[in-house]
Design a protein around this ligand. Structure first.
Ligand SMILES: NC(=O)c1ccc[n+]([C@@H]2O[C@H](COP(=O)([O-])OP(=O)(O)OC[C@H]3O[C@@H](n4cnc5c(N)ncnc54)[C@H](OP(=O)(O)O)[C@@H]3O)[C@@H](O)[C@H]2O)c1
Length: 309
């Protein structure tokens, strides 16, 4: 499918890992892109303007959405609150998502909505690929610091589905697996742990497998996912084509840097979650970045001093 061009797009969560690189790539493709976050410090805005992304301050938790632009074609909603408090998490991730759709639809009768959810909504089931209608569960509860994540992402999906149907907004809910790019990703934390000799938590039910997707492929896949936007909202799993475990990528980082990878098999971490990607592939999408190249690129961009000659 052709990249999206000439559209007026709001990307929320622009100061975060996934949405920032996506917003700049959409701007470079010739779209009018607004990047939204709280922007508590006005100085945070300038780097986005320099990359062709206009900035918009919103606060989903407080329902402060007055800067949402009119006449949008697409909302790509990535903002998320990772909070220990359910009230805050529901306010931002569930109510906030629905309020955002409502505001965008009130200001544009042509808007489509892309809601970034997570494969964190699935109940892990050994290493069996999870289909969109498989059982949901609280997969992230065992992970320290993520007590509200799975449940508030589920709540977000439900309110987004309800609001899409009520307002007639074409919507896709994309359940993202493990995103990474040249300058972000879970594996960067693992590399930092390896440097300090800290064993990397892996699930006792090894290997701790996922389907990581590189930022380049995240950007390329947006038109394929948007082709599912409809009412009622459609749910689509979103990940890379290769099944790769934490153990695999730590061993690869070890090979590239010479730093030993030690593991701590535990139940106090997220179990393997492998999404079934048939729906995404049905539209013809295949990923382009091999995971080993992606890991090498990440270290070369963010920790070049660690790469072996
Ligand atoms: N990272 C992963 O491994 C992963 C995996 C699967 C799915 N996902 C999904 O991918 C999306 C992006 O995740 P991420 O890891 O890139 O997020 P992130 O780095 O934690 O960034 C979160 C973003 O949300 C914004 N935000 C937080 N609270 C807000 C509020 N009350 N009002 C407005 N904006 C708010 C933050 O902006 P400020 O704090 O600057 O205001 C920031 O831009 C999320 O929907 C997430 O659930 C992520």
């Amino acid at each position: 499918m052709e990249p999206i061009k000439g559209k007026k797009i709001l990307v929320t969560g622009v100061t975060g890992w996934v949405a920032g690189p996506l917003a700049t790539s959409l701007a470079a493709q010739g779209n009018t892109v607004f990047g939204a976050a709280r922007f508590r410090d006005p100085a945070q805005r300038e780097p986005w303007h320099a990359q062709g992304v206009q900035t918009v301050s919103i606060d989903l938790e407080k329902d402060r959405l007055d800067e949402v632009p009119a006449d949008l074609d697409i909302v790509l909603h990535f903002a998320v609150a990772k909070s220990n408090n359910f009230e805050e998490a529901f306010a931002s991730n569930a109510h906030g998502s629905a309020n955002l759709m409502e505001k965008a639809a009130a200001r544009s009768d042509k808007v489509s909505f892309f809601h970034c959810s997570s494969t964190a909504v699935y109940a892990p089931h050994d290493h069996d690929p999870r289909k969109e209608d498989d059982l949901l569960g609280d997969s992230h509860r065992p992970m320290p610091g993520m007590p509200t994540y799975s449940i508030s992402k589920i709540a977000g999906e439900v309110l987004v589905q309800h609001t899409a149907k009520r307002l007639g907004v074409p919507t896709v809910i994309a359940r993202l697996n493990v995103p990474y790019g040249d300058n972000y990703g879970w594996m960067m934390f693992h590399l930092m742990m390896m440097e300090r000799g800290i064993p990397v938590p892996v699930h006792v039910d090894q290997p701790t497998s996922y389907t990581p997707i590189h930022a380049d492929d995240i950007a390329r896949s947006i038109p394929y996912l948007m082709s599912y936007a409809s009412t009622p909202a459609e749910i689509v799993n979103w990940g890379g084509d290769q099944i790769v475990s934490i153990e695999d990528w730590c061993h690869e980082m070890s090979r590239l840097t010479g730093i030993e990878a030690k593991f701590n098999p535990t139940t106090a971490t997220i179990a393997a979650i492998i999404p079934d990607l048939a729906k995404l592939h049905d539209r013809g999408f295949v990923t382009s970045v091999d995971w080993r190249d992606g890991i090498r690129r990440q270290i070369a961009a963010s920790r070049p001093e660690l790469l072996k000659a």
